[in-house]
Design a binder for this molecule. Structure first.
Ligand code: SF4
Length: 608
């Protein structure tokens, strides 16, 4: 066995990871098989892919089975192939790339008696030297968003590649204050942020490559690049033999290349220190508990795989991590207390945090609810919120597929491509039948069915009626996107969008709504409803059981990620399986809109 790039990243987390990984010292001198390497990297790619697909959704991926995740692998492979093919437009010379690791260039270095190994996604050699290009299924947005409001710390060079402003020898102060530049540049050094994660990954690659070359006395110039999806690319809907063709559109290519040579050079000392740390962990092989920290990446897609073991110190319910905004820590007498420091001191439950450390009003409400075992209810605010609702009421929900590669005309990488809608019509308060009042549309395959979906939805929802959704920014954005893709339905879709009302405004609150209704700023921003069982989450899955017997438990398709992977699996299913899965997906989406009805009805009865 050798330490691969993925292992390096994980081993640098903590000594316990290394020991738990059942590492046998004698194995370190032998080579890892290509199959083992490939499997490890593939799982890493899929995890990253899903992380990008569900960035801020709060979906917990723990329950999604591996065979489900593997459905996503072809999408990653396609990105890799496109990046390899397009590279010749930006770089001269010879290329070596393949989705099969067998045909990739590899580097191998022994440092402090430990063997390190990496394969390169795209290897390019020309008269100037070597270019190492790592393909990541993330987007340029992660990097271009770093900077001031008006300008990124990255800028496209004449060759179409993105560079740090300093690497283009530009006067940074012409673009933004130096402080802002430095602050944002530093984010690239934090491997626990989205952008920094990929920089750390390619810096480990560089460390292995440099040591390999040093051992062979090679001193060619090597440059390092990330190849990522271009967020500005809008697909023009060109297909050949049913396959999308990603030609240049309006001067934009589907893949962008970012030069990270200088930033990875600045990271070499850190990577070297991390390799020393890893060496110490391997020599000690100590599996004792260690203090928990951000490095565990608990609750993130890229979390440490041993989180279930180490986080058993947290109670199943009402843990300190259930406090809203706990990531900002807690405060007492102007002294700040980090949440992980408190956990490591044994303050693991909500009730372990003394009142005088709860500097946020919302946290006080949470704690009181846990102590009393009863929900906090602001009846007046809920009643006033419900009064805003008009009938008949249209409960609407979309299911989407955030495909890394745009599939249909007008889409960009990771566009939330709508493939299903569900609608329940509540004719008058409390009157809605789960079956009879349900309408919906689910795309039968992966062809572009958006027009049929839009047409049917517009037939069902009148322009002047209220549309209820849960967490409105998602549905509103989809309606707006569809309006611009289908101009003939633009007016209607924008009117539907204008009529959207968010049920979460009544459950949680919405400052602007309640201030308009005459509430003070303080009261307007405070929760309307909080039950101890919510444990800090206002997701419909948490709220539903408080008002209804309906449950997602036991459903074959029981959450957004499962819905997405079920849809993604359609083309591979045999007819009988397809029919079954199609029905399960319909049931899931139907449950989502009926859940909204049930929650609203429950709230109404609660404040009667
Ligand atoms: S969960 Fe955290 S403490 Fe446990 S092995 Fe992983 S990184 Fe280390």
């Amino acid at each position: 066995m050798a330490i691969t790039k993925t292992k390096f990243i994980n081993y640098s987390r903590c000594p316990r990871y290394v020991a738990l990984d059942d590492l046998k010292k004698e194995k370190l001198d032998s080579m890892i098989s290509i199959e083992e390497y490939k499997k490890e990297e593939e799982m890493e790619h899929i995890t990253e892919l899903l992380g990008n697909m569900f960035d801020d959704s709060g979906n917990d991926l723990i329950d999604v089975r591996n065979e489900h995740l593997e459905t996503m692998m072809p999408y990653y492979n396609k990105v890799e192939i496109l990046a390899g093919e397009l590279a010749s437009k930006y770089f001269k010379g010879n290329f070596k790339f393949s989705k099969s690791t067998y045909n990739q260039e590899s580097f191998d270095a022994v440092i402090d008696n430990i063997r390190y190994l990496c394969y390169v996604d795209i290897y390019n050699e020309n008269d100037d030297g070597i270019n190492i290009i790592e393909v990541k299924a993330t987007t340029t947005k992660k990097y271009l968003d770093l900077g001031s409001k008006d300008h990124s710390i990255f800028e496209k060079g004449k060759d179409g590649i993105y560079y740090l402003l300093e690497d283009l020898n530009l006067n940074i102060e012409d673009y933004m204050p130096l402080k802002v530049y430095e602050r944002n540049r530093n984010k690239l050094f934090d491997k626990y942020t989205g952008a920094g994660h990929y920089i750390y990954d390619i810096a480990v690659q560089r460390f292995i490559i440099e040591n390999d070359m040093k051992s062979h006395n090679e001193n060619k110039m090597v440059k390092y690049y990330l190849a990522v999806l271009n967020s500005n690319y809008v697909f023009d809907g060109k297909y050949e033999n049913g396959e999308a063709i990603y030609d240049e559109v309006n001067g934009e290519d589907i893949i962008s290349y970012i030069d990270v040579t200088s930033i990875t050079r600045d990271m070499m000392d850190k990577i070297y220190l991390d390799s020393k740390k890893i060496k110490g962990y391997i020599d000690d092989l100590n599996g004792s508990r260690v203090p928990l920290g951000e490095f565990c990446e608990y609750k993130k897609t890229v979390k440490c795989k041993y989180c279930p073991l180490c986080f058993d110190v947290l109670p199943e319910k009402h843990s300190i991590l259930c406090y809203i905004n706990n990531n900002f820590g807690f405060k007492k007498d102007s002294v700040k207390y980090d949440t992980y420091d408190l956990i490591n001191e044994g303050k693991v439950g909500m009730l372990d945090i003394p009142d005088d450390m709860l500097n946020r009003e919302k946290n006080k409400i949470q704690k009181d609810a846990v102590i009393s075992g009863k929900p906090y209810i602001n009846e007046k605010k809920i009643k006033d919120g419900i009064k805003q609702i008009t009938y008949p009421l249209y409960h609407l929900d979309f299911e989407t597929f955030p495909c890394p590669l745009p599939r249909y005309k007008g889409e960009r990488p990771y566009t939330q491509s709508v493939f299903q809608f569900s609608l329940h019509i509540e004719k008058e308060p409390g009157v809605c039948d789960k079956e009879k009042d349900h309408y919906g549309y689910l795309a039968p395959d992966h062809l572009d069915h958006r027009l049929d979906l839009v047409k049917y939805m517009c037939e069902l929802i009148p322009c002047d009626k209220m549309v209820l959704v849960y967490n409105d920014s998602f549905e509103k954005t989809r309606l707006k996107e569809l309006a611009y893709i289908f101009p003939e339905y633009k007016d209607k879709l924008l009117k539907i969008r204008d009529n959207v009302f968010d049920l979460m405004n009544i459950v949680k609150t919405k400052s602007s709504l309640y201030e308009k209704l005459g509430y003070s700023k303080e009261e307007a921003k405070m929760f309307n409803y909080y039950h101890p069982d919510m444990d800090g989450s206002f997701s419909i899955k948490k709220v539903l059981p408080l008002f209804s017997d309906l449950t997602y438990k036991g459903m074959e398709v029981g959450n957004g990620v499962e819905a997405m992977v079920t849809y993604a699996s359609f083309p591979k299913l045999l007819p009988l399986d397809y029919k079954h899965k199609y029905q399960k997906l319909v049931e899931y989406c139907q449950q989502d809109t009926y859940a909204m009805f049930a929650v609203l009805d429950g709230l109404r009865r609660t404040v009667k």
